[in-house]
Ligand binder design. Structure first.
Ligand code: BTN
Length: 245
């Protein structure tokens, strides 16, 4: 895949919706990036909305056709997008990590979120839309998101969202090409090396039960493997487990 064209919209409901529509009409090419200044219905994980002040941040969706990928390995797409984003943000600030499954953190604050929407036809992947929201120049956050931060708040610089978006597309493309080449181990190891709270004991919550654990790896299907104080390792799917602050 090479990153070919960027569709720039001054406003849209959600770049993921726009990208999905392009795919449905059969007019999308792999590597197309949809970028906007403002989303009036920006979507976050699990039905949440995504806050972004007009013109301040990166709001983009990347169109992929990962037909080569076994749908059982779809978490690898999350990993390659997280790693590309990690590369770009790490070039500007230290302390970057990926909070499983795919939030980008700087120290204990969230700087970016990823929303990947896959479409599988039978036993094969047909397409994927990788939506990325990266806080760049916004300095006031109004939603009840617990711990947002922007790159500008961390570095004091003002960023050009268009050039940051193309750097992200290029970085993700590099990781995606590794995935195409079957470099699963390399991708997983890199993702693990960037994992938030890696090797650190911290509190987690499952239902009403709180326990101390530390990340021990990522399971075959993208589950977070946590080791508890007794040495037992358990895999958790997204939303099955919460990080306690
Ligand atoms: C999260 O909840 O952390 C995921 C947020 C993803 C936001 C991005 S912004 C661009 C793309 N379009 C959307 O509507 N959502 C994603």
């Amino acid at each position: 895949m090479s990153f070919k064209n960027m569709i720039f919209l001054s406003e849209t409901d959600s770049t993921n919706n726009y990208a999905n529509q392009l795919i449905m009409t059969g007019t999308a090419e792999e590597g197309t990036v949809v970028l906007t200044l403002f989303q009036n219905r920006g979507r976050g994980y699990a039905g949440n909305s995504w806050e972004s002040e007009a013109g301040k941040n990166v709001l983009m969706s990347l169109i992929l056709f990962p037909e080569f990928l076994d749908p059982a390995k779809q978490f690898y797409l999350s990993m390659v997008v997280s790693l590309g984003l990690c590369d770009v943000v790490s070039a500007e600030t230290p302390g970057v990590s990926v909070k499983w499954p795919n939030d980008l953190y700087v120290n204990d604050k969230k700087i970016a979120g990823i929303l990947i929407e896959n479409s599988v036809a039978g036993e094969r992947f047909s397409s994927a839309v990788a939506g990325i929201g990266l806080n760049l120049n916004q300095v006031k956050f109004l939603s009840d998101a617990p711990n947002p931060v922007s790159l500008c708040q961390l570095t004091g610089k003002t960023y050009d969202f268009q050039s940051v978006a193309s750097n992200i597309a290029i970085a993700v493309q590099g990781w995606y090409n590794k995935l195409k080449d079957g470099k699963f181990k390399d991708i997983k190891n890199q993702y693990l090396s960037h994992l938030y709270r890696k090797e650190k004991w911290a509190l987690y919550q499952k239902g009403n039960c709180r326990f101390e654990a530390r990340p021990a790896g990522i399971g075959e299907y993208g589950q977070l493997l946590l080791e508890d104080r007794s040495g037992k390792i358990t895999g958790y799917m997204f939303k099955e487990i919460e990080f306690v602050y």
